[in-house]
Design a protein around this ligand. Structure first.
Ligand code: NAP
Length: 250
């Protein structure tokens, strides 16, 4: 097996893979030979074009629509994947949204929408997929958190709470599953150029980034690919990887 086809015969499910960071993760994991499931909720054409790019490069992929914020939709997605692929080796909890506003003006529905997708959705996917990983006695779960979950950010209390929650979810599931061959890690991106960040003022942000630029989705995808790889990342669990151009130095 070549170095680049280390996940041949394995299956990776990436939530929110129609655009942005999720798309880059799907393309990067496809290079390892894994079959890729591209989850999306509202962008079928974009999801299909990710599938087509993977297939054009000789990989295997298909898309599945599911609203990750809804437990029943997540369970349906997992059933579809298990019916078709029979296994899930890698889960990347990537789907996420922002609904920013200062706390005193934040609508309850905006608080709940962000927590429902970013944190509850990761819980629904983790619990559903882990059932299968426990049977397989192996698996990799990678949660896409954010530096905002570590540092806080005025105007993003809902988002920061969801992303900090993901780190707690990561560490606790890592402890529960460590003896069962399943690793769980978080990746905390800084500011990455995607649809999510297109409204922000780049100049102000860039001055706070030691590497002097916004991140690219591929910067995050490279770390996820490493964490999914076996045996390279086999002895790593419960960790948080900042991919932020040096914004946070531990
Ligand atoms: P993005 O460009 O806005 O893409 C969001 C993705 O999530 C899309 O594929 C979208 O699919 C999917 N999605 C949205 N709602 C969904 C739902 N209810 N169910 C399933 N999928 C859903 O965002 P991004 O910047 O790539 O962010 C990806 C992840 O990285 C998020 O968790 C985000 O919090 C995190 N992150 C981003 C940054 C950044 O600077 N960009 C920094 C730190 C962390 P549809 O279009 O099909 O709905």
């Amino acid at each position: 097996m070549t170095e680049s086809k280390l996940l041949e015969g394995k299956t990776a499910l990436i939530t929110g893979a129609s655009r942005g960071i999720g798309k880059a993760i799907a393309l990067a994991l496809a290079e390892t030979g894994a079959e890729i499931i591209v989850n999306y909720s509202q962008s079928p054409d974009k999801a299909e074009s990710v599938v087509e790019s993977i297939q054009a490069n000789g990989g295997n992929a298909y898309s599945v629509k599911a609203n990750i914020a809804e437990e029943s939709s997540v369970n349906e997605m997992i059933n579809i994947v298990l019916e078709r692929s029979k296994r899930i080796d890698v889960l990347v909890n990537n789907a996420g949204i922002t609904k920013d506003g200062l706390l005193m003006r934040m609508k309850t529905e905006d608080w709940q929408a962000v927590l429902n997708l970013n944190l509850n959705g990761a819980f629904f996917c983790t619990r559903g997929v882990a059932r299968q990983m426990l049977k397989q006695k192996q698996g990799r779960i990678i949660n896409i958190s954010s530096v905002v979950g570590l540092m806080g950010n005025a105007g993003q209390t809902n988002y920061a709470a969801s992303k900090a929650g993901l780190i707690g979810l990561t560490k606790s599931t890592a402890k529960e599953f460590a003896s069962r061959g399943i690793t769980v890690n978080s990746v905390t991106p800084g500011f990455i150029s995607t649809d999510m960040t297109k409204e922000i003022n780049n100049d102000a942000i860039i001055s706070a980034i030691p590497l002097g630029r916004l991140g690219k989705p591929e910067d995050v995808a490279g770390t996820v690919r490493f964490l999914a790889s076996d045996p390279a990342a086999a002895y790593i669990t419960g960790q948080t990887f900042n991919v932020d151009g040096g914004m946070i130095m531990n």
